[in-house]
Structure formats: C-alpha cells, structure tokens
Design a protein around this ligand. Sequence first.
Ligand SMILES: Nc1ncnc2c1ncn2[C@@H]1O[C@H](COP(=O)(O)OP(=O)(O)OP(=O)(O)O)[C@@H](O)[C@H]1O
Ligand SMILES: [Mg+2]
Length: 149
Amino acid sequence: MNAIDVRGLVKRFGDKTVVDHVTMSVAEGEIVGFLGPNGSGKTTTIRIMCGLLTPDEGEGTVLGFNIRTDSLRIKREVGYMTQKFSFYEDLTIGENLEFVARLYRLRPVEEYVARTLEELGLATRRNQLAGTLSGGWKQRLALAACIMH
Ligand SMILES: Nc1ncnc2c1ncn2[C@@H]1O[C@H](COP(=O)(O)OP(=O)(O)OP(=O)(O)O)[C@@H](O)[C@H]1O
Ligand SMILES: [Mg+2]
C-alpha cells in the first residue's frame, strides 16, 4: 500500500484553478520533497491530502483512507508541522503537549506527554513557557506535537 496515492486532483478558488490535475504516489517510508514556485498550489494540494480541503475533482487515498470520505481518519493519523509557530505562547511546553494529547484523545495523556518530551529532548524544559523559547526550540515543540499521536 502506498502512503499517498492521489489522482487527478483539481481545486478551484472562484474562477482560478490552483491545483490542476495533480497525480502523486508516495511509497511507505519514502521521503519526498514537493517543490514549485510560490503560489503554484503546493500547500493547497497538501491540505487536500491531509483531509482539510475537499477537491473539486480527483480522488485517492492517504494511509489507505479515502480523501473524500475518510478525512477524519486521515486527520487522526497524519502529523503536519506548519512553518509558522501555532501553539500557545502562554502555556508551557508540557501544557501545550497535554492540550494536543487531549485533542487527539490519547490515553493515558501523561504517558504520551512524558514519552514525547523524552524523545524530543524537551524534558528539562517542560515547565518553560513556549513564548520564551528560541526559534529552534519552538520548532522542536512543534515537531513533538505533530508526531506525538
Ligand atoms: N482559501 C483560498 N481562497 C482563495 N485563494 C486561495 C486560497 N488558498 C490559496 N489560494 C490561492 O491559491 C494559489 C495557490 O496557493 P498555495 O498556498 O497552495 O501555493 P503554494 O505553492 O503553497 O505557495 P508558497 O510556495 O508561496 O507556499 C495562490 O494563488 C493562492 O492565492
Ligand atoms: Mg505553501
């Protein structure tokens, strides 16, 4: 089974076609770079594949789940690390991860948080407010949050 298997994806915003028949297969374990000029539709394509946006045309599966009908399952499995820091600056690292664990309904929360803090080398900073972290540490928190589940 391919991790990503999409065919003929089309997305229009108004009369502008921003994704125009995109077909892509990515094998499990494969690492892929998705390159193109600014505004060429990369983020829009990825939003479709993550189940965040419905395509106007096309079909396919991500992690074996149908992108049109199983978007909830896809969202539960996929980790998406954004470029812009999108966590709570007035919560600590630990509190941010607890929040994410609860959103994903992971149980027991404390076990998931402790393991993730350990794996990402964040344990000693658990009680530091996210807003006071340097850029690299913020990225590390963001990575922790998107792989925890
Ligand atoms: N929600 C939206 N409504 C209207 N137009 C949108 C919307 N989202 C994206 N667009 C337009 O779709 C086009 C593709 O945008 P997209 O963000 O997918 O490009 P990108 O390849 O990720 O660009 P970049 O390299 O700058 O990140 C752009 O012209 C953008 O203005
Ligand atoms: Mg983009």
